[in-house]
Design a protein around this ligand. Structure first.
Ligand code: HEM
Length: 210
């Protein structure tokens, strides 16, 4: 994980390249549309207020089928090197990170590019894309599955839908209360000073690779 990330401007490090930022915002848009359309799908009485039922169902289905695309495309080719590096980072946990997570941030941390909360969020998002996609396909093409699968898929789809609303609320709250991280998902960079305080291990990696 030693790609050069220094920018021309002094004291700035590239945290997200264009591919990662595009993938993030495409993913956010699809999640937003799915969550918005999920409300009338769950509470049937909302139907018809703005759009008729079949329109909402079609929007939900097509944005659902597209959901894995931003992550897969952003990782696929030569353009996805940084994305693949970060996905490897998400699945690599040190003892200090596990301890930090268990103590809810009260133990010392050798901070990586992403803190354990951010890593857990990224893993959660990856997992729900798979779960929602699979269960959504069963809900749509239910006639090819036994009743027990259909029931299981409905319960799982609903359960994860609630978890997604909670996780997205937490994610947005953390983003809005951590200004430099928020700016980095628009601009792509963070200051070395920020990295020194919040991502020391990553800063060391960057300094070695430059
Ligand atoms: C952010 C992700 C998602 C959320 C929050 C979400 C939420 C929901 C909710 C709450 C329902 C209503 C279930 C019920 O009536 O008990 C639903 C239905 C459905 N979802 Fe999703 N979903 C998501 C992703 C997906 C994906 C990825 C697919 C893709 C294939 C999908 C396909 C469907 C289908 C086909 C239905 C049934 C619609 C109908 O009533 O005809 N969903 N979803």
């Amino acid at each position: 994980m030693t790609t050069s990330t220094r920018t021309e401007a002094v004291n700035q490090l590239v945290r997200f390249d264009k591919v990662q930022r595009t993938a993030h915002w495409m993913n956010a848009l699809l999640f937003g549309v799915l969550m918005f359309t999920a409300i009338p799908l769950y509470f049937g009485s909302f139907f018809g207020i703005v759009f008729p039922r079949h329109v909402i169902q079609e929007i939900h289905l097509w944005s659902g089928l597209m959901l894995p695309a931003p992550v897969l495309v952003s990782m696929a080719g030569p353009w996805g090197r940084r994305m693949r590096e970060d996905v490897r980072r998400f699945s690599y946990w040190t003892r200090s990170e596990i301890r930090w997570m268990k103590t809810l941030g009260r133990s010392p941390l050798d901070a990586d590019k992403y803190n354990p909360g951010q890593k857990a969020n990224a893993l959660f998002v990856g997992a729900v894309i798979v779960v929602m996609w699979a269960t959504g396909c069963i809900l749509q093409w239910f006639r090819f599955f036994p009743v027990s699968w259909r029931t299981g898929a409905t319960v799982t789809h609903d359960f994860f839908a609630f978890a997604i609303f909670a996780a997205v609320a937490g994610h947005v709250f953390m983003a809005l209360t951590h200004r430099e991280v928020l700016v980095s998902i628009f601009k792509g960079t963070v200051s070395e000073e920020w990295a020194e305080h919040h991502a020391r291990e990553w800063l060391d990696e960057e300094q070695v690779s430059n």
